[in-house]
Design a protein around this ligand. Structure first.
Ligand SMILES: [Zn+2]
Length: 123
């Protein structure tokens, strides 16, 4: 359950919130934008949040909804290859989702930072 306190968010405009939401949605592991929106709406319903949430709350929920990890196909295990549709690997936990099988925006951001770091080292 997230905190619904919107303190400190009042200085942002609706446009800024929309842009933030769209950025989180674009980098998420959700298969499509509508899958992402559906998950956010479901989160509102499941947690008895307001019917017409303010823009700041959309952004907060966007950051915590989780989607199946594309690296490990939701298994949480490190995979090196797929054989007859079954993921195979040496074991250990998936480094993209840290073994959860799901990624929220925190995981996505951690992976982006990691990718940028290693990309810049490779150049
Ligand atoms: Zn994973």
């Amino acid at each position: 359950m997230i905190s619904v306190s919107l303190e400190g968010t009042m200085s942002k405009t609706t446009e800024q919130f929309r842009a933030e939401y769209a950025a989180i949605r674009a980098r998420s592991e959700a298969p499509t934008a509508s899958d992402f929106d559906r998950a956010v709406r479901l989160y509102f319903t499941d947690n008895n949040l307001p019917e017409n949430p303010p823009p700041a709350l959309w952004v907060k929920v966007a950051a915590v909804v989780r989607f199946r990890c594309g690296r490990c196909a939701g298994t949480g295990a490190f995979i090196t290859y797929v054989e007859n549709g079954q993921p195979r690997g040496p074991g250990g936990i998936c480094f993209r989702c840290e073994g959860k099988g799901m990624q929220d925006d925190g995981d996505v951001m951690r992976n982006l930072v990691h990718d940028r770091h290693y990309m810049s080292r490779a150049c």
